[in-house]
Design a binder for this molecule. Structure first.
Ligand code: FAD
Length: 461
């Protein structure tokens, strides 16, 4: 076992929060023979399952089907889109969430993991209190996640909503202003456009998905323009006024945008206020809980995982953190989870997927680098699917591939191979010699590697 404070604790691990980070930690800890309890105030599964990844991807799938129907005649299929039935969309989405929720509850009960319902608070370094009940643990894992942020002057309510309310809409608005052009903003913008909504995305920075390599932002903006999604980059929100029949958003400089609804998608903040972390000596930074690379907080025996820890806010990072902490507590000395090795997918149409360093980050780290952009125009499967886009590889000069950046419909599915490439520090020649099945979109990764290894095949200049 890892070092822990002397205690007569009834549990080995007390986990505060049952989202991706918390429940993954519980399942792994139980497999390792540790006595675990999870405290959850909402539903086991947290944001990802109930208000995040899963319901949004279900909406994106309905959106994709709508686009296919709309475009069916271009592949010789006669069909017409009669409309979007939001109550049926919601039952499909809720059905997916419900089945996964049941499955997760089943995993917990099969593993006999104790789940305590209620809002917990850290009341000592080894104790979480829930409704007067004190749960003591040799180790405590903080996994309370994040909440949707807003901006000053942008009060949530009525027609102004965050992703939480947007997921519950029971009809299709005729127009929407999305404030924030990062992952959540572009995903909702993409869904709504496919559902027939007039969408305007407002982003304060100079490009959409600003955390991605610039080439992906440019391609996405072009694709959105083709889809007639209005994009206002470098535009800052100033104020919003709600009327009986709509909202008016004013941007800095005076431009106004009228719409049915406004989605506020300006990022997520840490859920830590009032939970006793600082009182017990856990250092926080504007609410985040910074940790060392072994996910230890500043208090012995107290760990933090998932969105609460500054860095990428992704469910699979939470899973990896949770598993890491369980194994660390069990004394297995696991490899740390490094953010730069975590794959990222934005599931709008077209999809944006990446792993590793962007071109500027690689330049800063390695000095000399090489890049190659493979256009999906040369990829048979992408042509069949009628999608455009590219795969960009970034390598250290004469060294391994350190970044993969992709855009195109379904390209999110290729991120597994991209992740192996970057995390195993593969050279272009290594990837090039793997035979990729034809015609698949994975060939684009092989082709890009072939080109970077100096032997391009289906590569157009
Ligand atoms: C719209 C949207 C789409 C997303 N899409 C994706 C995606 O496609 N892919 C992806 O990887 N990520 C996605 N994410 C991000 C992903 O949902 C989060 O990264 C992930 O849920 C973080 O897991 P977590 O365990 O840290 O926190 P959470 O999932 O937020 O879990 C924290 C849990 O703690 C509970 N809790 C909080 N405080 C207390 C307390 N005091 N007592 C008891 N319980 C408490 C909460 O109820 C919650 O269940 C999306 C997020 C959103 C909002």
């Amino acid at each position: 076992m890892a070092d822990s404070p002397e205690s007569s604790a009834e549990h080995d691990v007390v986990i505060l929060g049952g989202g991706s980070g918390g429940y993954a930690c519980a399942l792994r800890a139980q497999q390792l023979g540790l006595r675990v309890v999870v405290v959850e105030r909402g539903k086991l599964g947290g944001t990802c399952l109930h208000n995040g990844c899963i319901p949004t991807k279900a909406l994106l799938h309905s959106a994709e089907v709508a686009d296919h129907v709309r475009d069916s005649s271009s592949v010789g299929v006669k069909a017409s889109l009669d409309g979007i039935d939001m109550s049926a969309v919601n039952s499909y989405k809720d059905g997916v969430v419900g089945r996964l929720y049941k499955g997760l509850q089943g995993l917990f009960s099969a593993a006999k993991i104790e789940l305590v319902e209620g809002t917990g608070r850290l009341v000592a370094a080894d104790t979480v209190e829930v409704d007067g009940r004190r749960l003591t643990g040799k180790h405590v894992v903080l996994a309370t996640g994040s909440y949707p942020r807003t901006l000053p002057g942008l009060e949530i309510g009525g027609r102004v909503m965050t992703s939480d309310q947007a997921l519950l809409l029971d009809d299709v608005p005729s127009s929407a202003v999305v404030i924030g052009g990062s992952v959540i903003g572009v995903e909702f913008g993409s869904v709504w456009k496919s559902f027939g909504v007039d969408v305007t995305i407002v982003e304060a920075l100079s490009r959409l998905v600003p955390a991605e390599d610039e080439v992906l932002s440019k391609q996405l903006e072009r694709a959105f323009k083709r889809r007639k999604i209005n994009v206002r980059t470098g535009a800052k929100f100033e104020s919003v006024v709600q009327h009986d029949d709509g909202v008016t958003v004013t941007l800095e400089g005076g431009d106004t945008l009228d719409a049915d609804i406004v989605l506020v998608a300006v990022g997520r903040g840490p859920r830590s206020e009032g939970l006793g972390f600082e009182d017990q000596g856990v250092t926080t930074d504007r609410g985040w809980v910074p940790t060392d690379d072994r996910l230890r907080t500043t208090v012995d025996g107290v760990f933090a995982v998932g969105d609460l820890v500054p860095g990428l806010q992704l469910a699979h990072r939470g899973f990896a953190h949770g598993i890491f902490v369980a194994e660390e507590i069990a004394g297995l000395r696991p490899m740390p989870v490094v953010d730069s090795g975590i794959p990222r997918v934005t599931y709008c149409s077209p999809e944006v997927a990446s792993v590793g360093l962007t071109e500027p980050q690689a330049k800063e780290k390695y000095g000399e680098i090489e890049t190659y952009e493979y256009n999906l125009g040369g990829n048979g499967r992408s042509q069949i699917l009628k999608t455009q886009g590219l795969v960009k590889l970034v390598r250290e000069k004469d060294g391994p591939i350190v970044g993969v950046h992709m855009i195109g419909d379904r390209m999110g599915e290729q991120v597994g191979e991209a992740s192996l490439t970057v995390n195993w520090e593969a050279f272009p020649d290594d990837v090039a010699q793997f035979v990729h099945a034809h015609p698949t979109q994975t060939e684009s990764l092989g082709e890009a590697s072939l080109a970077l290894a100096g032997k391009p095949l289906h590569a157009h200049a």
